[in-house]
Design a protein. Structure first.
Length: 295
């Protein structure tokens, strides 16, 4: 398939997603924006395969194995089978994206094939690393950086964003039979699985959500503190993501984490546009002030 047709595949996937991540690409120059669009489309595709509950688990596992093998070929300089990976292939070479990270990402979405409960935060943290921090590690290779500490930054920020997602989507995930909040922390706060699955919102749930939010906050702080000032401009897109999700977390806190009687917390288009302008302005004047991780 010609590259321009493949590009349309990635562009279409990204546009349809209306994702906060895709929105942040506006801050990137054209080549990096194209690379991130292709990378995002890959992430969206493998995640959608894992989430397609009308397809038997064995078939989904087989599909993900095919995607793993295809991206392995692309990372080795071979021809890819899937259009999205074909479109991503030149960027894999240009930015030296390693197969090991793609493999970790697929391992993360494969966890959703088998796991619908997490016993401990350590187990959940591994999931967050694979499905979010790994995306960050791939992304910073596209953004470009000099200080290897940026890898720690990507790991911390990825975990912060994913925990924010989990808190926002508790009710929707429960409707699909899933609880990502760690069971040992449910037990600690006296929350039952049935309360998560059916509601209602309680003080016990507030205590549970606050525990998870505190962990998210600690990762936002770690990201803010680990990013070298000299790399803040190169990480402008990631910093915008941090700002967006930090405000979603603050919105959840304002609602006292009641996700049972509210729609999922989101930012409106105006708020997102203002954050883009703020990040662009800070980047233009060389400001080192982060948009997240502070009260």
């Amino acid at each position: 398939m010609p590259a321009e047709t493949s590009t349309l595949v990635s562009d279409s996937i990204t546009r349809k997603s209306a994702s906060n991540l895709a929105l942040a690409f506006i801050l990137l120059p054209k080549e990096k924006r194209s690379a991130m669009t292709a990378l995002y489309a890959f992430c969206r595709e493998v995640d959608d395969i894992a989430d397609e509950e009308n397809v038997p688990v064995a078939a989904r596992r087989e599909q993900l194995a095919a995607w793993r093998e295809d991206v392995r070929k692309a990372c080795s300089g071979g021809e890819a089978r899937f259009p999205v990976i074909r479109e991503m292939r030149p960027f894999i070479g240009a930015h030296r994206l390693p197969f090991e990270l793609f493999d970790d990402l697929i391992r993360g979405v494969e966890m959703d094939l088998d796991i619908i409960r997490y016993r401990t935060f350590a187990e959940l943290e591994q999931y967050c690393y694979r499905v979010a921090s790994v995306v960050g590690l791939l992304s910073i290779e596209v953004f470009g950086y000099r200080d290897p500490v940026c890898r720690d930054y990507a790991v911390h920020l990825g975990k912060a964003l994913q925990l924010t997602n989990i808190l926002r989507d508790v009710h929707n995930d429960a409707a699909r039979g899933r609880i990502y909040l760690p069971l040992d922390e449910l037990a600690k706060t006296g929350v039952t699985e049935r309360e998560i699955m059916e509601g209602p919102y309680t003080q016990r749930y507030f205590d549970l959500a606050r525990l998870v939010a505190d962990r998210a906050r600690s990762f936002y702080r770690a990201a803010r503190e680990s990013l070298p000032a000299t790399e803040r401009k190169s990480m402008a897109t990631a910093e915008l993501m941090g700002s967006v999700y930090w405000r979603i977390l603050k919105k959840l806190e304002k609602r006292k984490f009641d996700v049972f009687s509210h729609e999922p917390a989101r930012l409106n288009k105006l708020h997102k546009a203002l954050l883009i302008l703020r990040t662009w302005a800070q980047m233009s004047v060389g400001s080192n002030s982060p948009g997240y991780g502070v009260c």
